[in-house]
Design a protein around this ligand. Structure first.
Ligand SMILES: Nc1ncnc2c1ncn2[C@@H]1O[C@H](COP(=O)(O)OP(=O)(O)OP(=O)(O)O)[C@@H](O)[C@H]1O
Length: 975
């Protein structure tokens, strides 16, 4: 158990405004301190009438310039570590609205470097999982939003929420042991960092989409992102389950200051109420001898029950905006933090037995007890032992007698028949031995005559026969394998001979050739035996290679170069006509099945198991390590080396190319976000995060779509999209360059390896023919230099691969940020569009009032700049079309245009409009829209198509554009 008070940190948000006078002291023994000097003009304000300076202690205070990586390292990393160890952890951010809580917990919405504690922690946890390869970790994620005392599941993946109420409501349940359970809160498994980030994105987007129209959700709701970890050592029955809550609280602003009314006031009360209850819990916890802690008063305190005064290591980040006007709020945040710092938690290691294993253990115990009971009560079975049982008992006895361990037991259960049979078998073994020693057949004859005994001996001999048959088959298999190996060996030897051009001595050549073409008989077997002795050792029985090489790659590749080149495949075995076996099995005469091990300077290392692969194509361990990430998982990257290396590198290259293609697709999409024609089918596969949201909207008509394109350009986030697109492009270029470099390095390694192989063959041949110019010297300078070069290339290769991996993380994160911005823009657009529609309705009513019944209107209504209101496509469907009402004015070229009830009579249009339109037609699209926006237009000045819906869209757009411009203000140009 770890007893610890809640750790409190302060973080000051950067400000351009006049900052309050404050100072931070980092050198105090107890941590840091933050001191505010209240200027006289504020001293008699809300804060305090008398005091002028306020000093607060924190574990550390982070000043304005401190970046997100430092925050993660100093605050979140230690908590993540303890969560990995099996303790619960909580980090919560508390502070007034806009002080940087979301920025600290989730991160900024624009730049990769601004990612906050959640994405960094996810990344760190997955990195640690990879490092601790011997542990098995599973991660689940949940994301809860609490708004007005109601919980909502943010990981709802139906993408249907357009209001908070559309999200599943979460309810609190309490069991008899007062444990809290959250009903309806989905807990989703995440297999890798990318999946975890997608869940975060899903939650954040749901939060943004469903935010209350009255105010920003982030300000007025609490969010709890929870990472559930389960850790287990393979083979162990104990599990460690831990939770990490990352909490973004609602703004702590005081209601009196916010000047709210109506719904906002209700919200603020709720928020403040829940923060007030949080404070009450904190006060109660910080007081000694308080028995009742009012957790149940609010949903937030119920959910955070463990984090406050319970089994958890908790950290609080007090965020502050130190502008002068926010000084009082900053001081109240600090005061809250001081109280929190008094709370003591007792974190315990959350260890438990795996229920499945526990059940299995209990079952075994029950069986054992039953067996004991059967012996004690004498309830015995009477029927004969079956042949199978007899054979099994024979094996058991044999294993028991052969085991050198004196403590070994023979476990037979309570069955007296079995016990007796085993005694009988053991007696016969003893008698056999005695007979062998004395050389006489004076041993006791086996109890004959009895039916049982004859049955036993019959069935034992049947069993023996079956066994011998199996062994025979096994040997057949082995012989077939060896024949194939020898054939391949011969081919390789031929090949090598052909390459040894310098060996001109015909005698040598022919002798070498003849030795490799000998019939498959004794000499060949001797060769293989020697080989197994050299390379397999005595215990070599199974050529069963798997990735995860513990041998150093240098040792390994060296050994492989020296190994005769041969391969064993499943097909080799099935070709013999016998049933295929899972792995080629070469048994030694001991008949045991040890894994192929090899001595490396006294250290025995397990040869990696690489099923169905050439023995000479083993992985280079470093490559394998970096390639285990999910990004590379599709590319068979676990088989680097030799021919496989080619494939693997190609896979990397392909992956890089895929990524680059994806990025460029996204790049396209981002600059013109997924609204073109609203054809969501064109969203690249696997890139549908934002697309999912886009799908929900109704199909955009042409006019609305164009309006949207321009809306994007005017949107405040446009700059972000542009910047991130550029960064993405840079990163994808870099990824492409790295891909090229990797390919080059791979080719060079392959080439060097070929040279090394040739060199080694040459040396081997020289040794055979006695032409060894180096007098059998172990070290060959050329060989050493080649090895060195390979090593260097590998280092370069690995560092490039590492960089590529980092790029991938960055690119994916940027992608998510951009997706989120796209969703935001769409949301803003739809909001704006429907507002325009509302304005239109109003304007329509006004027009009706002014000009009478809509059915009498025959012309389009221009609207002066700045006047809100025009026909939106949605509204156009409700508009009436009067059949074949022609425009009576010959100048009006849009007689086929539908009659739109909301339009002003055409005869009211000023003449210059026409020339303006004619002129604008000649201009480029952009200037066309600009002109439209600054000119008083008539409907007839616009090139309408005759299609009611399309035309209403065009007109709607023109007017909406004007409205937008009028809001931006005159003189502002729209690109
Ligand atoms: N340390 C920081 N560095 C740079 N920008 C910051 C920092 N802290 C906050 N910001 C910026 O300040 C703005 C407000 O921050 P944020 O949304 O995180 O505040 P908040 O406390 O979560 O507010 P709310 O209570 O409304 O959710 C954001 O634009 C954010 O990017």
């Amino acid at each position: 158990m770890v007893k610890q008070t809640i750790q409190i940190f302060g973080r000051i948000k950067p400000t351009n405004k006049t900052a309050a006078v404050y100072s931070v002291n980092h050198e105090e023994e107890t941590g840091g301190s933050l001191e505010f000097l209240v200027p006289r003009d504020l001293a008699d304000g809300i804060v305090n009438h008398k005091r002028e300076n306020y000093k607060f202690r924190f574990r550390k205070v982070f000043e304005q310039h401190i970046k997100q990586d430092v925050i993660f390292e100093d605050i979140a990393k230690p908590v993540a570590e303890s969560v990995l160890a099996g303790y619960n952890g909580t980090i919560f951010a508390y502070g007034q609205t806009g002080s940087g809580k979301t920025f600290t917990i989730t991160g900024g919405a624009e730049r990769y470097v601004d990612r906050g504690i959640i994405p960094r922690t996810l990344s760190y946890l997955y990195e640690r999982f990879n490092q601790e390869g011997s542990m098995m970790y599973t991660m689940h994620i949940s994301y809860l939003e609490i708004y007005n005392e109601v919980g909502y599941d943010l990981l709802d993946s139906r993408y249907e929420a357009s209001r908070l109420e559309d999200l599943p409501k979460v309810m609190i349940l309490e069991d008899t042991e007062q444990n809290i359970h959250l009903k309806n809160l989905s807990v989703r498994q995440s297999g890798n960092e990318e999946e975890a980030l997608n869940l975060l994105f899903l939650g954040d987007t749901n939060r943004m989409i469903a935010e209350t129209p009255m105010n920003q959700a982030s300000t007025r709701s609490h969010c709890v992102f929870t990472i559930h970890l389960c850790r287990r050592e393979p083979g162990s029955a104990t599990l460690r389950r831990s939770k990490l809550h990352l909490v973004d609280l609602a703004g702590s602003d005081r209601v009196s200051k916010t000047g709210l009314d109506g719904q906002l006031l209700t919200e603020a009360k709720y928020i403040n109420l829940s923060l007030h209850y949080l404070e009450q819990v904190i006060i109660a916890l910080s007081e000694k001898n308080r028995s009742h802690i009012p957790y149940r008063n609010s949903m937030l305190t119920s959910v955070l029950r463990d984090s406050l005064g319970g089994n958890c290591m908790t950290t609080m980040i007090a965020t502050m905006a130190v502008d002068k006007r926010n000084l009082d709020e900053s001081i109240s945040t600090c005061r809250f933090a001081q109280r929190v710092a008094l709370i003591k938690n007792e974190a315990i290691l959350n260890e438990e037995l795996d229920p499945a294993l526990l059940i299995a253990r209990l079952r075994r115990e029950i069986q054992f007890l039953n067996e004991e009971l059967a012996i004690v009560t004498g309830e015995q079975r009477q029927e004969q032992l079956t042949a199978e049982e007899i054979q099994k008992l024979g094996e058991l006895v044999k294993a028991f007698l052969n085991d050198p361990d004196p403590d070994v037991t023979l476990s037979l259960g309570p069955d007296m028949r079995k016990i007796q049979h085993c005694f009988f078998l053991m007696k016969s073994v003893i008698l056999d031995k005695k007979g062998a020693k004395t050389g006489r057949s004076d041993q006791q004859p086996l109890p004959t005559g009895s039916r049982e005994n004859s049955q036993i001996s019959n069935s034992s001999s049947t069993a023996e026969l079956t066994k011998l048959n199996e062994m025979l088959k096994q040997r057949d298999n082995e012989i077939s394998i060896l024949v194939r190996i020898l054939k391949k060996e011969k081919e390789r030897a031929d090949d090598a001979i052909a390459r040894l051009a310098y060996i001109t001595d015909a005698k040598v050549l022919s002798s070498l050739k003849s030795s490799s073409t000998q019939p498959v008989s004794q000499p060949k077997e001797t060769n293989m035996e020697t080989f197994f002795k050299n390379y397999g050792g005595k215990g070599f029985t199974r050529l069963h290679l798997r990735k995860g090489n513990k041998t150093s790659s240098a040792d390994y590749s060296e050994r492989m170069f020296r190994m005769p080149q041969f391969s064993i495949r499943k097909a080799d075995i099935s070709a013999t006509g016998h049933a295929p076996q899972p792995y080629p099995v070469l048994q030694n005469n001991e008949g045991d099945n040890k894994t192929f091990t090899e001595d490396h300077g006294g250290k025995v290392s397990t040869v990696p198991q690489l099923e169905e692969q050439h023995v000479d194509t083993l992985p280079m361990d470093q490559r394998e390590e970096v390639c285990t990430g999910s990004w590379f998982s599709e590319g068979n990257l676990n088989s680097f080396g030799g021919d496989q290396e080619g494939q693997a590198s190609t896979a990397v290259q392909l992956k890089v190319e895929n990524m680059v293609t994806l990025l460029s697709e996204d790049h396209k999409v981002s600059t013109m976000p997924q609204f073109r024609g609203e054809n969501t089918e064109t969203v690249p596969a696997g890139r549908g995060r934002a697309g999912q949201y886009m799908k929900r909207g109704s199909k955009l008509s042409m006019g609305k779509q164009e309006a949207f394109e321009i809306f994007i350009r005017d949107h405040e986030e446009h700059q972000t999209i542009e910047e991130n697109s550029n960064i993405l492009k840079e990163r994808s270029d870099e990824a492409r360059r790295l891909g090229e470099q990797l390919k080059g390095a791979r080719n060079r390694i392959t080439e060097l390896k070929k040279q090394l192989e040739t060199r080694r063959r040459q040396r081997a041949a020289q040794a055979v023919t006695g032409n060894d110019t180096q007098d059998g010297e172990e070290n060959d300078p050329l060989e050493e230099s080649l090895c060195k070069q390979i090593k260097q290339e590998k280092v370069t290769y690995n560092s490039n691969l590492g960089r590529l991996k980092a790029l991938r993380t960055e690119i994916e994160h940027l992608q998510l940020l951009m997706d989120r911005v796209k969703v935001k823009i769409q949301k803003d657009f739809l909001k704006w569009w429907s507002q325009e529609a509302l304005n239109l309705q109003e304007s329509e009513s006004e027009t009706e009032a002014k000009y009478g019944s809509t059915s009498q209107n025959e012309t389009l209504q221009p609207s002066s700049p700045g006047t809100p209101g025009f026909c939106s496509p949605e509204l156009s469907s409700t508009m009436k079309e009067s059949p074949s009402k022609q425009d009576t004015n010959p100048d009006h070229s849009v007689s086929s245009a539908p009659e739109l009830s909301c339009l002003e009579p055409i005869d009211k249009l000023p003449a210059p409009v026409w020339s303006a339109w004619n002129k604008s037609q000649e201009e480029s699209k952009n200037s066309y829209w600009r002109d439209l926006s600054t000119t008083t237009l008539t409907s007839s000045s616009i090139p309408l198509t005759g299609d009611q819906e399309v035309d209403s869209d065009i007109l709607a757009f023109v007017m909406a554009r004007k409205n937008l411009l009028s809001r931006i203000g005159p003189g502002k140009d729209v690109k």
